[in-house]
Design a protein around this ligand. Sequence first.
Ligand SMILES: *[C@@H]1O[C@H](CO)[C@@H](O)[C@H](O)[C@H]1NC(C)=O
Ligand SMILES: *[C@@H]1O[C@H](CO)[C@@H](O)[C@H](O)[C@H]1NC(C)=O
Ligand SMILES: *[C@@H]1O[C@H](CO)[C@@H](O)[C@H](O)[C@H]1NC(C)=O
Ligand SMILES: *[C@@H]1O[C@H](CO)[C@@H](O)[C@H](O)[C@H]1NC(C)=O
Length: 437
Amino acid sequence: MKMGITNPFKDQSLSLTKKLLPWTLYVLPPIAMLCLYFKPISFTPSSATELPHSSPITITSHSSLSFISAPSTSPPPKEKEKAYEKPCDYSNGKWVHDMKGPLYNDTTCGTIKYGRNCITHGRSDTGYLYWRWKPRRCNLPRFEPPTFLQIIRNKHIAFIGDSVARNQLESLLCMIATASTPNLIYQKGEDNQFSRWHFPSHNASISLYWSPFLVQGVEKSGTKPYNELYLDHVDEKWGRDIDQMDLIVLSFGHWFLLSAVYYENDSVLGCHYCPGLNHTEIGFYDVLRKALRTTLNSIIDRRGTKGNGIDVIVTTFTPHHFEGEWDKTGACAKIRPYRNKEKKLEGMDAEMRKVEIEEVENAKAKAREFGRFRLKALDVTKLALLRPDGHPGPYMNPFPFANGVQEHVQNDCVHWCLPGPIDSWNEIFLEMMKMWE
Ligand SMILES: *[C@@H]1O[C@H](CO)[C@@H](O)[C@H](O)[C@H]1NC(C)=O
Ligand SMILES: *[C@@H]1O[C@H](CO)[C@@H](O)[C@H](O)[C@H]1NC(C)=O
Ligand SMILES: *[C@@H]1O[C@H](CO)[C@@H](O)[C@H](O)[C@H]1NC(C)=O
Ligand SMILES: *[C@@H]1O[C@H](CO)[C@@H](O)[C@H](O)[C@H]1NC(C)=O
């Protein structure tokens, strides 16, 4: 595949409306990020198996790829949202210095593994650990593991989504583990993409379901150059277990940027970046919307009227910070957060978040008919946007500069170091649950 900074849709660009053009460019970064997504980083508790992906990953044919930032023609973000009728809007604020530092470290948390464990991998600047999220009109309390455990007593929490969902689960487990030790009770799938932990102290369970599209999908492989998404069916890998779940955390988005063919009602709806196939380019925003709508509708249908009810949290899209090329030193080299005015939420990041928030609001209206269904967005897009310093970068692999600083080094500017900023997502998560209690 020939790529570069040219628009991959050049030949078809006349047929694309202006509205569609901005996202056509977004296909490029994710292709490079495949190296991160197709080789998800292993996360196994200390007793568990060897890393399945310990060999270095090389995608030489993509090495000349450069990252393109949001074109200036992007539609302006519609940020003028009504002030929420909530006790506190945690989604807007700033990062402030906090000398207290994280709840856990790599020696206390037996569950941080390869790829996210920046300190163990030799990251020596530790300034990124000493920031606290300060919402504009209130304070966000530090995470209280005993309170969290109390709330999830006798419950089963399921994280469903992609490797960012897994990242958030890892952070949560590490924090709770400071108060109560989890037992790994189930592990299955390539790279343990399906796992479950049990906290005997509170009879609480937390599990992970790999389902990057939420709906039924076939991931691309050697013989299949495009993902396939079936937008009208949820992925039964998690759907079939829904009767056992009390709280679902959905976190997804980055996989929707990849080239894919979309199906609805057994026929092709269109595709995203599928040159060579005679399908209509439809981008991914509407597809993300359909996938989330199918998912939420299905949860309401299956659980809205029976059992003890179910709660759903949708973690909003978290921007990546590839500010250089993914395989070059310095791809995400910042060591402090952006100040509030320094970085605007715009372009694709704003659009992905908007779709998610809108679908949560749509489903909420439906959920009002059912007394046993609660739903909320965990709106962390802005928090994440302001933290270019929180990614593993080259420290996704151990001691990347052991032989001096090389020009080429693989970077992860998508996931978050543990401990790190993603711990704050879970602080907000806890506050949301406290409000529900
Ligand atoms: C990690 O945390 C433990 C327990 O709080 C503490 O004893 C230890 O010194 C910490 N290690 C580092 C490297 O900070
Ligand atoms: C333990 O939690 C599960 C849900 O995860 C629940 O079905 C079961 O009833 C609980 N056991 C007790 C003894 O409360
Ligand atoms: C698929 O079926 C649903 C329900 O019958 C309908 O609302 C929707 O418009 C259909 N989609 C397409 C692309 O035909
Ligand atoms: C592509 O699809 C269009 C519309 O469905 C059809 O008219 C055309 O013949 C197709 N071209 C090829 C090469 O299949």
